[in-house]
Each structure stands twice: as C-alpha cells, then as structure tokens.
Design a binder for this molecule. Structure first.
Ligand code: 4AZ
Length: 718
C-alpha cells in the first residue's frame, strides 16, 4: 500500500457507506447457537514501537503469502474463514486470483522450519462491492479456505463483535503483525510476530488529528466504518505488511476483533494514528458471506455493555506537539552532545533520541587506522546539558559508507542508559527524506565534530536558506535536473555572514546546520563542503540519512515538516534544470541570485522604492560576462518560458525595477504584450524576524562587504 496518501480532499464526502450495517441486521437478543469457542488463548507462560509476541499468544493471527512471501496479515474467524483487508488483494481495481494466495496458520517466527504451523490454500476471496480504495472505507475481505484449518493451542478463532457492540474510547487493545517496524524498515530476522498496545481513539479525536495539516497539506476524512487506534504523539503504530491483521480488545475474558489494519499516513507519525476497518459495522456483510458454513464465525453478545454511550464530545481536539527540537534560545541547544574520547579533542554531536547521539564518524575513525572501529568504548564519555554526570557509551555504529570526507560521515553512539527527556536534554528533530526546507528558512550554524573553538563574540551565526535551484546548480552538474520540492536535495545552502577575518574561510571548522520551523529546530545539514571560499557554502542534507538513523536507533525523532508553502507562486516557478551554455562553454548570460526582500531592504537600509529587486553576483565575477549596461532580468518558469521580471536601474548592476507593477501601463501602451499570470515574479515566504542583522546595514554600497552576503552566481569556470 502506498505509504503516503495523496488525497484530494474534495472526493471525500461523509456519507453512510452502502452495504455497511449499523446495528440492525441481527439484534443482540436474537441469540443463535454458539457453536465455536472464540477469542481465548492459553498463556504459555510489526508493528512500530512494538515487541516480540510470545508463541501462542495470538492464535487467530495468520500470515497471507503471495509470490512466496508474506504480504498481509489476517485473522481466523472460523475453521474455513479468514478475515483480512480488501486492499491486500486488489491490483488496479481487480481482485487477484485466490489460487495465488496461501494462508499460514499457527506461525510465530517466519524464519526457518515453521514448527507447528500449517498452510491452507485459498478457494475464494470476497470483497464488498463498494470497496474502491482504502481512504473510502469498506477495506475488508473474506478468504474461504480450500480446507478447514486444524484448530489447536496455536490455531484458534477470534470473536467478532456484533453491530451493536460498543468499544469504549481509550480502551487499550492490541495490534499484531509481521509488518515493517518503521516506515520502509522491514521486520528483521527471525521475523517474530510483533504486538503493540494501541488505544482506541474516538472518531472526533481521530478526525481532529487527521485535520491537522501535515506534509503536502494532506488531511483525511474519517468515515463511518473506520476506527482509529494509536496515540496523538505517534511512535507506536501498525505499518506496511500489518494490513489485514487484527486489532483485538479483551472483554469478559475473550478477545474481540475491533478492527482490521487498513491504512494511515506513514507509520508512527505524530497526529497520524492508524486507521482500521471497524469490524462491528460489517456484521451483516460477514454473516451474509459465510452463510451455510458450519461452524461459522462466533459473534458473542457483548459481555458488559458500556454504561453510557461512549460518544465523546465533539470538541475533543488535543493534538500532539513535537517533543524534539525545542530550545530556550538559539545557541542554548538542549541536544548538544560532546563525545569525550581519551587522547583527542571533544567531538560535537547531537542527541537524537533517549539513547542515541549522532556525530561525525571521522571523530572516531582515523584514516590511518585502516577504518577499524575502536573498541575501547569503556573509556568514552558523553556530556549532555543538565546532566549531573557524563553518560557511558554502549555501542558505536558507523554509517556503512562512512568515510573521511563525505556526505555519509556519520556515526551513531548508543548510551548505556537512556536519559530522561525534559527541557534539557532534549533531542533535535530530524527531517524525513521528503522534507522541503523552504527558501528563506531561518537557520543557525552549530558546532559539529571537532569544530574550532567557539567563534568570537561578534560572530553572526544566523543563516537564511537559499532556494534549492541555486544551491543545486552551483554545486551540481550543468544541465542537471534540479530536485523538485519533496525530492531529497543534494545540498543545502545557507547564506550567512562570516567573521571578517582576511584569508580565513573557516576551512578547519565543522558546522551543522539547524533550521527552524514553527519554533522547532531540525538538524538539516552537516559539515559544509570543502569548497574553499565559494559562496554560498553548501551543507550535506541530513534528510537522506533519516531512514538509516531511524533503522539503527528505532526511535530517533523524525518529525514531519511544520511549514509549507505550496502556493502557485512558490519555489516551483524556478527553472528545473541548471542553465545551458553556449557551445564554447561561455555563459550567454550571467546567472544571478535575487535576494529576499528582507536582505535587500537591510542591505540598502530601506532607501529603495518598493518593488526594487536586488541581485548578487559572485566575488570578482561582475565584469566577466559581456553584458550590456542595462541588462534585463529574466527568470524561467517551470513550463520553460522566460519571463522578463525586471529592468536594470540606471547606474546599477545589482538593482532592477520589477516589471510586474507596470503591467497595466505596458499593456495599455503595447497591446500585444503577453503577461503570464503572476508566475514570473519571484516569491518568498513571509514570516521570520524583520530585524536586520547589525553587520548587514553597514555592508551596503561596499562590494567587498556585500560578498560576505554570499549569494552567488556564475556556474562555470570558462
Ligand atoms: C500499509 O501500508 C499500512 N500506520 C498499514 C498501516 C498503516 C500504514 C500503512 C498505519 O499497509
């Protein structure tokens, strides 16, 4: 199943699902012979954030195999019937042939000989006629086994709830499965069945959580026949491969199946609990399909009806806020970790979870020592803010591609004892691979690795992220496609002002890049490229390493993006490939960077007429191109059209008068002039401080000082 739902909200209409029955088909008083004992197991003594189940604990759990491997979960509801999710069996709207599927029963670990387990072929698969896609509900399926399962201690059916059954919100229930332990992180060998305790969430609570805008502005409408379970703060959840498996709740000594794992947005994310098919809603449909089968599934009466109607108040809307990335003020980083290795200078890293610190591998791995990992971890210590004593180190895990000087120069250190998280220490947030740090994001540099001793008091570590296009084309290949927002970038370029120390380009310094969204700090980039004095400096994005970090730590705080700007005037209007050059490799034009209005305003101390655009060229590059004295400022749209955005202000190479405001006058004068609807004008997200950095105002007019602003330019050495 797709991990990210790209969900047009318009198609989701809250309406009763045809074929879904509300407490009507059979009244609870209409007792039938209870021919099957269900929902019990004899205690013999993935699930995200779960743990290994004990053998025999969940005897109704089955594994559905297709093409030789586990695809989905299911639950045994009668000797010849398995309940699962419709989406497991549909490809492009068609049901896959039953003969291609097999059912494994009584299985605990899926590695090696399946002792005590047995397999059944599938004779038929039935799916409700109104099932179309998971987000529209009715995500359930019944599998008719070719021959009945052999019941025993490890193979028993679960009880099904009647339509009148009311599961109380807040009840702790259990989900089980062999699915991924985190997004895109499969359950490791020996593939032992995982269990996780999840709390039932009321419909209003769940709708509230899913109405919170998330990445790509996706929200979801919770429909009747759906049920949510999990936690607003996330971290414990079902995931890909758990689909079709049961969510069970104990009542009166029996386990009732409340839900079928159906979908969600990612796994274990904040404000995105798992969505299940509410089994009770489908009592009549299930009965209809299994009619005539003896013994059929058991629908015991609810042992104890909840006293009051468990409907929660509509206004129940408590969302979870990020637990990572909060700092009292920039510079006082509660995740700042110093790793002390005897015989060398302290190494700066960042706390990423209760038990793990991220730091450069080059701190611990010396090129001379043939890359063998050090073994004397006993003597290592980690200093964290507000901790009375240094932490001891249990394990060092290097990035598989860790090398002396590259984007994967990363290692994770596990602390012997997890620390209690509070205001300090507190982990930094890490970005998911699809995170899009908006141009103009407010960032800071923080020490990383064996960084230089602290900067002088005048150092300005504030930084502003530049558009991905510039950064990519500056450090990438000519003509290369620029990653779109949401695709992992190759580099991040913050504009910041360095100390004016002649000759010092901070070559020895190691920095990480922290970027802020809604008051939450993300570790966005690590170590600037060894790029001499080329500006802007580029950082390796951390987001590409998100999956590795969460795989190793199983609990690092990967946090969803908190700010978006998907408006039509956003970054998407920029060119999608790096600029072309003439045959002789000479630029036909000079590439310039349009400064954000804030920097422009600060640089010229607010003396410019409104609508003036400022650009910057590279140091010493202004005169290299054959340019006319009044060059036009052109920008290319996503569709490839070049748009005249500005005309040079007389006497200046850096200032341009914006064309946009003159549209009416131009159209009047030149009837044929063709204007694109707003797509040609640059756009910056609003927000952030409007204060000018103190050094910036002084810089106006001085080309040398301007270059400390570092937004640059020419993309080739001709
Ligand atoms: C899936 O892809 C899936 N976190 C199942 C459950 C969830 C997400 C995805 C809920 O089968």
């Amino acid at each position: 199943m797709a991990r990210h739902l790209l969900l047009p909200v318009v198609m989701l209409v809250l309406s009763p699902i045809p074929g879904a029955f509300q407490d009507s088909a059979l009244s609870p008083t209409q007792e039938e012979p209870e021919d099957l004992d269900c929902g019990r197991f004899e205690p013999s003594t993935r699930i995200v954030g779960g743990s290994d189940a004990q053998p025999g604990t969940w005897p109704w759990q089955v594994s559905l195999h297709h093409g030789g491997g586990h695809i989905c979960g299911g639950s045994l509801i009668a000797p010849s019937w398995v309940l699962s999710a419709a989406h497991c069996f549909m490809t492009n709207g068609t049901l896959e042939p039953a003969a291609e599927w097999s059912v494994l029963l009584g299985v605990h670990s899926q590695d090696g000989p399946l002792d005590g387990a047995h397999t059944r072929a599938v004779a038929a698969i039935v799916v409700p006629v109104n099932y179309s896609q998971v987000e529209l509900g009715a995500d359930l399926a019944l599998l008719h086994l070719a021959s009945p399962a052999s019941l025993g201690p490890a193979v028993r059916p679960v009880c099904l709830p009647r339509a009148s059954h009311r599961f109380v919100h807040g009840t702790a229930c259990w989900a089980t499965g062999w699915g991924d332990v985190q997004e895109a992180d499969p359950l490791p060998l020996p593939w032992v069945l995982q269990e996780v305790e999840l709390r039932l969430l009321g419909e209003a609570t769940c709708q509230c959580l899913y109405s919170q805008p998330g990445p790509f502005n996706l929200t979801l409408q919770i429909l009747p026949g759906m049920l949510c379970a999990g936690y607003p703060e996330g971290r414990r959840d079902t995931c890909q491969g758990d689909s079709g498996g049961p969510l069970v709740c104990e009542e009166g000594g029996r386990w009732f199946q409340a839900g079928i794992t159906s979908f969600g947005f990612g796994c274990g994310r904040r404000n995105r609990p798992g969505v299940f098919t509410a089994v009770a809603t489908y009592e009549a449909w299930i009965r209809e399909q299994v009619m005539g089968s003896e013994p059929g599934p058991a629908f015991p009466t609810q042992p104890q009806k909840p006293q009051s109607d468990p409907q929660e108040p509509r206004e129940n809307c408590t969302i979870a806020l990020p637990e990572c990335g909060k700092a009292p003020r920039p510079g006082a980083w509660p995740w700042e970790a110093q790793v002390m290795v005897p015989g060398s200078r302290p190494c700066h890293g960042a706390l990423v979870s209760e038990s793990w610190v991220l730091a450069p591998a080059s701190c611990f791995l010396h090129p001379s020592s043939s890359d063998s990992p050090p073994r004397d971890l006993d003597a290592w210590r980690v200093l964290l803010p507000s901790r009375p004593r240094a932490e001891r180190v249990a394990r060092l895990v290097q990035h598989e591609n860790a090398s002396w000087e590259d984007a994967s120069d990363l290692a994770l250190l596990q602390l012997r004892t997890p620390v209690n998280l509070s205001a300090a220490p507190r982990p930094v947030c890490l970005p998911h691979p699809e995170h899009y740090f908006l141009p103009g994001s407010r960032c800071r540099l923080a020490r990383w690795g064996r960084g230089e001793p602290a900067l002088g008091p005048g150092a300005l570590l504030e930084a502003e992220l530049l558009g991905g296009w510039w950064c990519h084309c500056l450090y990438g290949r000519q003509g290369a496609a620029v990653p779109l927002p949401g695709d992992p970038p190759h580099a991040l370029c913050p504009a910041y002002q360095e100390e004016e120390e002649a000759g010092s380009c901070w070559n020895d310094s190691r920095w990480s890049l922290l970027c802020q969204e809604e008051g939450t700090w993300f570790l966005a980039g690590i170590r600037d490229f060894p790029s001499d004095c080329l500006r802007p400096r580029a950082f390796f994005p951390v987001q590409t390493h998100g999956p590795w970090i969460s795989h190793v730590t199983r609990g690092a705080y990967l946090e969803d993006q908190l700010t978006w700007d998907w408006g039509p005037d956003g970054e998407e209007t920029e060119t999608q490939t790096c600029p072309p050059y003439t045959q002789h490799g000479v630029p036909v034009a000079a590439a310039v960077s349009i400064l954000t209005p804030r920097i422009c305003h600060c640089l010229y101390q607010g003396i410019l007429p409104p609508g003036t655009l400022c650009v910057l060229y590279a140091e010493g590059q202004e005169n290299r191109c054959e340019m006319t004295s009044a060059p036009p400022l052109l920008c290319q749209t996503t569709e490839g059209s070049w748009v005249l955005v500005g005309m040079a202000v007389q006497g200046s190479r850096e200032l341009f008068a914006a064309i946009g405001p003159e549209e009416a006058w131009i159209s009047q004068t030149v009837g044929e002039a063709h204007f694109l609807p707003s797509s040609g004008s640059p756009h910056w997200p609003t927000g952030g401080s409007n204060l000018c950095p103190p050094e910036l105002a002084k810089a106006s007019g001085s080309p040398r000082a301007v270059h400390f602003l570092l937004l640059l330019t020419l993309l080739i050495q001709s």
